[in-house]
Design a protein around this ligand. Structure first.
Ligand SMILES: [Zn+2]
Length: 487
C-alpha cells in the first residue's frame, strides 16, 4: 500500500489522506478544510475561493482532472469522513459527484442540519452518493477494506479507521480523546488496533505544541495587536483546562456564582456534551436559558437521530440572528431557508411569540441582564447584535473545544475588540479538549505498538518524538505533503 497525505501536516486540521493499493485503486480518508492555508490566500467574504481552480492553484487541493475534484492518475473508490468538523469534511462539496461518500449517521445529520441552516456549500448535498456506516462494519472496495470504529471526540458520531489491503494495515485515528464522557469508545478503537498489528498509524497530535495549547501562541499575537491598535489593555483570558466534562460544569458554576451580570457562553453547536453541560449550569443557577438559532436548531436535529437530553423548543428563548428588510430589522428574512422558518415557528408554538428575541425584544431582555444565561455559537455576533445605547454588564465564557471557530480562524481578534466595547476586561476559557493530551501519546503507542507512526493534525510534528516512549523513537515518520509513504 501507499499513503499520501495532502493536508494535516504542520497544521491542525485540513486532513486529507489518500490510501492506495499497488494498482492505484484508492480511498480518501477525510477531505478537510485547511483554515490556516485558506487564510493565507483568501479573505472572506471579499476574496473567497470562487471556482474549484482557486483551490487547485493555491495547492489547497492536489491537482484535479476537472473542475469537480478527482485525483490525477488515481481511481478513488470512496471518501470516508471521520467526523463532522469542517477541518475533516469541509472540501466535500468540491469532490467529484461520482465518488461515493461514506460517513456515520450523526455526521450525516449534522451536515443536513448545516444545509437546512443555509450553508451555501452544502446546497447540492443531495447530488452526492452518500452512504452511512456503523462501528465495526467492513466496507470492501474492490480489495481495499475499510473498518470504521467509534471514538470519543467533541462531536457525536466520530470514528477512527482501519484500512487493510494486500496483508498490510494502516490505521487513522481521526480526532479522539481518552478523557471524555465516552472514553470507552476510544478504548474500543485502540484495543482493536492493538489486536491487528498495524503497519502504519496516522495519529492525531493536536496538542503537541510548545505550551501544549495550540491556541496560546495565536492569542498572544492577537493580544499584542490590540495593544498596538487601541493602546488599550486586551481582555485577559483566564484559562481553565479541566480534565472531564463534569469539571467543566463545576468550574463554570464556581466562576459564575453570584454573578449579577448577563452570562454569555460560546459553544460549538455540535458539541452535544458541552451543550448539555451549559444548559444544566443555567438551570442550577436559576437563570432563564437563551439559545441562538444555530445551537437550538442543531440540538433539535441531533435529537431526531436519537441523541438524548438536548434542549428542545419550549425549553428556551431563541436569540434570532439579525435580519433586515429595507432599513428595519425583521424577524424573518425574505430568502430564509424554509426549515429555519419552520423551526422558529415551532419555538413560538411552544412558548409564544415573545420567546423569539429580535427587534425591540433584544432591548427588553438586556434590561434584565442578571436573569439570563445566553448560549451562543458565535459570541462576536451576539455582541454585535446588542442594540445601540444598551450596555449590559457581561460575564463571558469561551467554552468551545475546538481551537478554531467554524467561521474564521481569526475571529478571536474581532471577539476581543467587541469585548472591549462592552468593557469586558477578563473572560474565561473553560473547556475540556476534544483531543488526546500529549502525555497520553506514549500510552497509545505502547498499546497499539505500530511498526511506524506518523503525527498528523498538529502544527508541531517536529516535537512529536518528545512524547514517544524510549525504544520507539525510530518508528516516527514525518511525512511530506503529497509524498508517498510505502507501507
Ligand atoms: Zn480536527
Amino acid at each position: 500500500m501507499e499513503v499520501r497525505i495532502f493536508g494535516g501536516i504542520g497544521e491542525i486540521g485540513g486532513n486529507k489522506v489518500l490510501v492506495s493499493s499497488p494498482e492505484r485503486l484508492s480511498i480518501m480518508l477525510d477531505f478537510g478544510k485547511s483554515f490556516s492555508r485558506e487564510e493565507a490566500f483568501f479573505q472572506y467574504p471579499f476574496m473567497s475561493p470562487m471556482f474549484p481552480e482557486d483551490y487547485f492553484k493555491t495547492g489547497l487541493l492536489p491537482p484535479s482532472e476537472g473542475p469537480e475534484w478527482k485525483m490525477e492518475g488515481f481511481d478513488i473508490a470512496g471518501l470516508f469522513i471521520s467526523h463532522a468538523h469542517l477541518d475533516h469534511w469541509g472540501y466535500l462539496p468540491l469532490i467529484h459527484r461520482e465518488i461515493p461518500i461514506y460517513l456515520g449517521e450523526a455526521s450525516k445529520a449534522i451536515l443536513e442540519a448545516y444545509r437546512s441552516m443555509g450553508f451555501r456549500d452544502l446546497s447540492a448535498l443531495d447530488d452526492f452518493k452518500i452512504s452511512t456506516f456503523r462501528t465495526g462494519d467492513t466496507l470492501d472496495l474492490e480489495g481495499l477494506k475499510v473498518i470504521p470504529i467509534h471514538v470519543d471526540h467533541s462531536v457525536p458520531g466520530a470514528y477512527g479507521f482501519l484500512v487493510e489491503c494486500c496483508s498490510r494495515k494502516v490505521a487513522y485515528t481521526g480526532d479522539l480523546r481518552m478523557h471524555g464522557p465516552r472514553s470507552d469508545m476510544t478504548r474500543d478503537f485502540l484495543d482493536r488496533l492493538a489486536e491487528e498489528e498495524v503497519d502504519l498509524l496516522l495519529m492525531e497530535a493536536t496538542k503537541v505544541a510548545p505550551e501544549n495549547d495550540p491556541e496560546a501562541s495565536l492569542v498572544k499575537v492577537l493580544e499584542n495587536r490590540i495593544w498596538y491598535r487601541w493602546r488599550r489593555e486586551p481582555p485577559k483570558r483566564v484559562n481553565f483546562e479541566v480534565s472531564s466534562e463534569r469539571e467543566v460544569g463545576e468550574r463554570m458554576r464556581e466562576v459564575l456564582s453570584g454573578s449579577s451580570r448577563l452570562i454569555l457562553v460560546e459553544v460549538s453547536p455540535t458539541d452535544v456534551d458541552r451543550v448539555r453541560t451549559v444548559c444544566e449550569v443555567a438551570r442550577r443557577m436559576g437563570r432563564e436559558l437563551v439559545l441562538d438559532e444555530r445551537v437550538g436548531f442543531m440540538a433539535e436535529a441531533l435529537s431526531s437521530v436519537g441523541i438524548q437530553d438536548l434542549p428542545q423548543p419550549g425549553d428556551y428563548l431563541l436569540w434570532r440572528r439579525k435580519r433586515r428588510k429595507g432599513s428595519a430589522e425583521v424577524k424573518l428574512g425574505s430568502r430564509e431557508p424554509r426549515s429555519l422558518v419552520e423551526y422558529v415557528g415551532r419555538v413560538e408554538d411552544r412558548r409564544g411569540a415573545d420567546s423569539v428575541i429580535w427587534g425591540h425584544l433584544r432591548r427588553e431582555l438586556l434590561k434584565d441582564e442578571g436573569s439570563y444565561f445566553v448560549v451562543t455559537s458565535n459570541a462576536t455576533r451576539f455582541l454585535y447584535e446588542i442594540p445601540l445605547g444598551v450596555k449590559p454588564r457581561i460575564d463571558f465564557v469561551m467554552s468551545r473545544s475546538e481551537p478554531f471557530s467554524e467561521e474564521s480562524a481569526l475571529s478571536l481578534d474581532r471577539l476581543m475588540n467587541w469585548l472591549l466595547i462592552y468593557d469586558v476586561h477578563r473572560y474565561y476559557r473553560i473547556h475540556v479538549s476534544g483531543h488526546l493530551s500529549p502525555m497520553q501519546i506514549g500510552d497509545v503507542l505502547k498499546l497499539v505498538n505500530p511498526v511506524k507512526v506518523a503525527p498528523i493534525h498538529t502544527e508541531h510534528p517536529d516535537l512529536f518524538d518528545l512524547y514517544v516512549p524510549q525504544g520507539m523513537k525510530d518508528r516516527v515518520l514525518l511525512p511530506e505533503v503529497g509524498g508517498p509513504i510505502d507501507v
